[in-house]
Design a binder for this molecule. Structure first.
Ligand code: 3PG
Length: 217
């Protein structure tokens, strides 16, 4: 018997504390640790490393081993096999762009939290059927934006989301201001060009600036 409600509570608390979850696509393993350190130095500790590159698995291993301050999640989890791999690697959470029954079933039975992706009311309902009410709204801008979330608040008052897809420095605060948004995710906070250039100081500065702009007071 797994405590899915407890895991959802923990995931919510983690996302609220994070405010921003960078979606990281790491092309070179050697970039992983300096990138994670740059993000942490800018106040961004909760990281999603996507399974989109050949370097992803070794990048996850390196960050978990060498950057203990980072809370490492694995994203682009597309199957139960990916989910199991994330578990074996020691991820603290997982993220998927969609919500297939196979993946929801695997995650419902596991102690590893999953943030499943949804873009329609029926997908929200399917995720709820498996006990998930903390979801990734993806692709957020393209699938209806903040107006969509306001519409969902009627039938799904308990739903809480982390939107990703089209979030930018310019709109992050507006997204975070929605009552059903816990944190925002995206790649804008660590642009590919900055990673390729090894501009770690620039990434730290952008994180620090954005975190400050999102903090009340
Ligand atoms: C994701 O994988 O969550 C999105 O591709 C991130 O979207 P963005 O690149 O528009 O931030």
């Amino acid at each position: 018997m797994t405590d899915i409600a407890g895991r959802q509570r923990d995931l919510r608390a983690m996302l609220i504390a994070a405010k921003i979850v960078p979606v990281l696509t790491i092309e070179r393993v050697a970039d992983a640790v300096p990138l994670a350190r740059a993000l942490v130095a800018g106040g961004v500790r909760t990281l999603e490393i996507t399974l989109r590159t050949a370097a992803a698995i070794d990048a996850v291993k390196a960050v978990i081993a060498d950057v203990p301050e980072a809370i490492v999640g694995i994203g682009t989890v597309l199957s139960a096999a990916d989910f199991e791999q994330a578990h074996k690697l020691g991820a603290r959470f997982t993220v998927s762009p969609g919500a297939t029954p196979a993946l929801l079933e695997a995650a419902a039975q596991s102690d590893l939290p999953l943030l499943p992706g949804v873009a329609t009311a029926s997908e929200v309902m399917q995720a709820r059927d498996y006990g998930f009410d903390t979801l990734k709204f993806f692709p957020a801008e393209q699938a209806g934006g903040r107006a969509m979330l306001r519409a969902w608040a009627g039938p799904f008052p308990d739903l809480r989301v982390c939107p990703t897809g089209g979030i930018t420095e310019a709109n992050a605060a507006e997204w975070l201001g929605q009552p059903n948004v816990l944190a925002v995710g995206g790649s804008w906070i660590c642009p590919t060009a900055s990673i390729r250039a090894g501009d770690w100081a620039g990434i730290t500065a952008m994180c620090a600036r954005t975190m400050k702009s999102l903090s009340p007071g």
